[in-house]
Unconditional design. Structure first.
Length: 441
């Protein structure tokens, strides 16, 4: 799926030069992420949730075509009228769409043609901006900023999707080798001590949530509102792979008392016995990463777990997952620091710090919350097709917070709400524990 949004806030960088710079930077980074790929890699779809790389490249361009150029550039013509059918994801108000699970059946347009499509759209967007008067710029800038945040979401999906594509290939293709200075990929016999888990206590009370003030935000982050939170404590760091191994070894996947009913059904139907991409070889856990197969580093945050697995793990430990409000309260005032796609690791990082306080809140792994993805009080989706961006997904999904090693640093903020169905685990999803009252700490 793609969890995307729309701008209702004031847009920073509406200055034309800044806007053009942002546009060129974000569009170029999408193509930069494709550099390690071979042409054949671009076309594969390994499951309905996964889209081919080629489709991501085209769809992010179509977004500017559908929401910006069609509206504000009357002379614009798409290279092919069928692109509107092929690359519309889920916008029913825009028209018919190609069947999502069949995206991997499309050998045409070719990868070259899709890159030409990107050039075509880029040229049209930059031409529009060049000629825009103040009035047009005021209308176009929010749509362009939205399109760029949308593209950043697809950059993350592009990486998690290509990871799944490469993982099923017995030749074990490697997306990227760790940089020479990065020792994270060389850890076969390294023993990094897991930093002790600390509990950080927070006072409860009537608090404020959702986006306020300036800056881009998706519609689902508002309206800003008050909600009551009981006193709680949050774990200082995410659950590590080593800690999760203990859950597996304690027959965690087989113990009915630990699982939500829907989760137990998925475990049984899918035969789950470990996180996605994990495999035990000669008594040791290994997993497929964007850097190839590696032995699992016990000190790194566990990832590729569903909400069901996160919830069962928390129950096994005697604790629980945080609500999205608890997470947002804890994140208030903290800088957006962490291991992001900008760091070129493409994998959660070990936490070897002895620092106190909350760690790895941003980056590394999206943290499942126990909060259903629901509208905030007073939420109304914007009118028109763009209103389909977020609002219509507000059922049967759960909120995740904090971003991952595949997110861009400048894409995140404390109020950012990601959302996926509880069985999904092909994103970099992980676990942070919480408990009900700070006075147990
Ligand atoms: Fe999208």
């Amino acid at each position: 799926m793609d969890s995307t949004g729309q701008p209702t806030g004031v847009v920073p960088g509406s200055n034309l030069t800044d806007l053009i710079g942002q546009y060129q930077r974000v569009r170029a980074f999408t193509e930069e992420l494709c550099r390690p790929l071979q042409t054949e890699d671009y076309v594969i779809q390994t499951m309905p949730d996964v889209s081919p790389t080629k489709w991501h490249l085209a769809h992010t361009s179509w977004f500017f075509e559908a929401f910006l150029l069609a509206e504000h550039q009357p002379s614009y013509a798409s290279p092919d009228p069928l692109y509107n059918y092929l690359f519309n994801s889920y916008y029913i108000q825009i028209g018919e769409r190609f069947h999502r699970p069949d995206r991997g059946l499309l050998s045409r347009p070719t990868v070259d043609e899709v890159y030409r499509y990107r050039r075509h759209v880029d040229e049209a967007v930059l031409t529009l901006l060049d000629a825009a008067d103040e009035q047009l710029l005021a209308k176009a800038a929010p749509v362009i900023i939205l399109g760029l945040h949308h593209e950043q979401q697809h950059q993350e999906l592009l990486l998690t999707d290509i990871k799944h594509v490469l993982s099923v290939n017995p030749m074990h293709p490697v997306y990227a080798r760790p940089a020479a200075t990065d020792t994270a990929g060389v850890k076969n016999d390294a023993h990094v001590a897991i930093p002790p888990l600390q509990w950080i206590a927070f006072e409860g009370g009537l608090k404020e949530f959702g986006h306020a003030g300036e800056g881009f935000f998706y519609d689902n982050e508002g309206p800003h509102h008050q909600a009551f939170v009981q006193p709680f404590a949050l774990a200082s760091r995410p659950v590590t792979a080593g800690e999760y191994m203990e859950f597996i070894e304690d027959d965690g996947y087989q113990r009915a008392e630990l699982w939500l009913s829907d989760g137990a059904a998925v475990v049984e139907a899918e035969g789950w016995s470990a996180p996605l991409y994990w495999k035990k070889v000669d008594g040791r856990w290994h997993h497929f990463t964007l850097r190839g197969w590696e032995s699992v580093d016990t000190a790194e945050p566990v990832t590729h777990v569903s909400l069901y697995e996160a919830d069962a793990y928390a129950r096994w430990k005697g604790w629980r997952l945080p609500s999205e409000f608890e997470w947002e309260l804890a994140a208030d005032g903290l800088p957006v620091h962490g291991n992001f796609v900008d760091d070129n690791r493409y994998h959660p990082a070990e936490n070897a710090t002895t620092a106190r306080g909350l760690q790895q809140l941003y980056g590394d792994v999206w943290e499942w919350t126990r909060s259903p993805y629901a509208p905030y009080p007073g939420y109304v989706p914007p009118p028109g097709a763009v209103g389909e961006y977020n609002g219509k997904f507000m059922s049967s999904q759960m909120v995740l917070r904090g971003g991952s090693c595949a997110s861009s640093r400048d894409h995140l903020r404390p109020t950012y709400r990601n959302f996926f169905p509880p069985h999904a685990r092909w994103q970099f999803m992980g676990i942070r524990l919480a408990q009900d009252s700070g006075d147990k700490v």
